[in-house]
Design a protein around this ligand. Structure first.
Ligand code: FAD
Length: 472
């Protein structure tokens, strides 16, 4: 039965789930809730990339269905978040908006703006701290400064007591009336012509149920060998949870809690769970760095690195982005990305090194390409990892460490299974030449290009350019 009490607006952000959603449960406990998602391309640093939009479409569809099963609806609106919320509060008589705290600089600024605008009409924005997350301003070194080194950050996170908070499932009571919602299909989040995402659905099931299914598959099939297999793109050795985490269809703490529970049931998984926690902490480190340095995606964290004279090489960039460089592991990664919206972490490191060092193309161009094509594109993780590859990040690889894609391929894809899967031209290449087909007496197989650069020469060229910039 509809309640007469003033409704509460619940503002979904990067927490597209009903289970273990502390802010949503708090809103539901306060009165009838109107769940809202706002597509805001105006109040953000940059609009979502294409692959993220595909994901968001399906994630919202799943969320709306889940809400309906709970007797509620998802109200969709487009525009500047603060304007939309103020208008919705007026329209529905809501005096309170509840949301999880956002940490990305643009989203945090929008929350502050929304709070000011709502206050003008006597409504309030109630920001709920995400369960299990340490506020970035509270996690500082003994000198009171932000951590700059991952190892120390990781230790500090691991040292904290993980609160075992119980979060009640949300129970919805309907508001006096439902405001109108825009149609998800009218948002045009999915690509049409060409539909480059046509194969994404074979790999991904966006939404909370998809996240839970992936988590349990990982715990059942991959956790045991995670430390050995996580670097092997030829094996199904990682969780594949990053796009689900990106949209908060599952929270990192819930992933960890589930892994710890598994460790409790099956002793002997200590090292595996510790490794998983470290990887999740890398994600937290990215968010932490972006919070303390809003320019993480725009400027080198070590300013001298912005003196590097990057090459303008449209032909090289095109070959890289299309997976036509003639270097098999690079091409396999870039094609996996195009076909599935995802790339294995080890291969991301290799293709990033190839772009930045062998092609000497500005890391920001690679970051932007990933932003558009990754289903897990995240402003913090993406920027941090690109700066890591470029050597310019606070805790990055030393600049003189240039990945050799041939030896990387031989080490992490020893039989060429990954390369053969994504580069069919090389399906029949002999194993000993799969990562360097130009060494075959007859050259690379028909249809596959010769390498666009000499790996040795371009490595030396990169070292030279870096040395010049850093000694200037
Ligand atoms: P798992 O091995 O199962 O790891 C579990 C979780 O830990 C991941 O889901 C992820 O949330 C986190 N994690 C693991 N490695 C990293 C890492 N190096 N940095 C941050 N978090 C990590 N990850 C993104 O989520 N979004 C991005 O935009 C992104 N861009 C990247 C760009 C480059 C150049 C590189 C080298 C890495 C990037 N990563 C990014 C990190 C990493 O590649 C992915 O998080 C990982 O491949 C996701 O696969 P998984 O979920 O199977 O990982």
């Amino acid at each position: 039965m509809a309640s007469d009490a003033a409704p509460v607006l619940f503002w979904f952000g990067r927490d597209l789930r009903l289970g273990r959603n502390a802010a949503l449960s708090a809103a539901c406990a306060a009165g009838p809730v109107i769940p809202v998602f706002i597509l805001d391309d105006e109040g953000v640093d940059r609009p979502l990339g294409g692959a993220s939009r595909w994901w968001l479409h399906h994630s919202l569809a799943a969320l709306a269905k889940n809400l309906e099963a709970h007797g509620a609806r998802l109200i969709l609106r487009r525009g500047r978040s603060c304007d939309v919320l103020a208008a919705l509060a007026q329209e529905t008589g809501a005096r309170r908006v509840v949301a999880h705290r956002r940490y990305e600089p643009d989203a945090a600024a929008m929350q502050a703006e929304a709070r000011r605008m709502l206050a003008r009409s006597d409504a309030e924005l109630d920001i709920v701290h995400e369960t299990g997350r340490v506020a970035p301003e509270d996690l500082l070194t003994q000198q009171g400064r932000p951590y700059q080194v991952f190892g120390a950050f990781d230790r500090a996170l691991k040292a904290r007591e993980a609160p075992a908070e119980r979060i009640a499932d949300p129970t919805f009571s309907p508001p006096p009336s439902w405001p109108a919602s825009e149609a998800l299909s009218a948002w045009g989040l999915r690509p049409v012509s060409p539909d480059w995402a046509s194969q994404f659905g074979e790999v991904w099931t966006p939404g909370e149920a998809g996240a839970q299914a992936r988590l349990h598959r990982f715990l059942d099939e991959a956790l045991q060998d995670y430390p050995e297999n996580r670097d092997r793109p030829d094996r199904d050795g990682t969780s594949g949870l990053s796009p689900h985490l990106r949209w908060g269809e599952i929270a990192p703490d819930d992933v960890l809690a589930a892994a710890r529970f598994r460790r409790h049931l099956e002793p002997g998984l200590e090292a595996q769970v510790a490794k998983l926690e470290t990887e999740l902490n890398w994600r937290a480190f990215g968010a932490y760095l972006l919070f303390h340095d809003p320019d993480l995606g725009r400027k080198a964290a070590r300013p001298a690195y912005d003196k590097i004279r990057w090459r303008n090489d449209p032909v090289g960039f095109r070959a890289w982005s299309r997976g036509r460089t003639g270097v098999p592991i690079v091409d396999a990664g870039m094609r996996q990305l195009w076909r599935t919206g995802f790339m294995h972490n080890r291969v991301r490191m290799i293709v990033a090194s190839f772009l930045v060092k062998n092609l000497l193309i500005d890391w920001r161009r690679g970051e932007a390409w990933f932003w558009d094509t990754l289903v897990d594109a995240d402003p913090a993780s993406n920027a941090m990892n690109w700066q890591w590859a470029a050597g310019s990040g606070v805790d990055a690889a030393p600049y003189f460490r240039v990945f050799n894609p041939v030896t990387q391929g031989e080490r992490f894809d020893p039989d060429g299974v990954y390369v053969r899967r994504w580069v069919p031209e090389l399906a029949r290449a002999p194993a000993q030449a799969i990562h360097a087909p130009w060494t075959l007496p007859s050259g690379p197989p028909d249809g596959y290009p010769a390498p666009i650069v000499d790996l040795r020469e371009t490595r030396l060229r990169a070292l030279d350019a870096y040395r010049q910039a850093l000694s200037a």
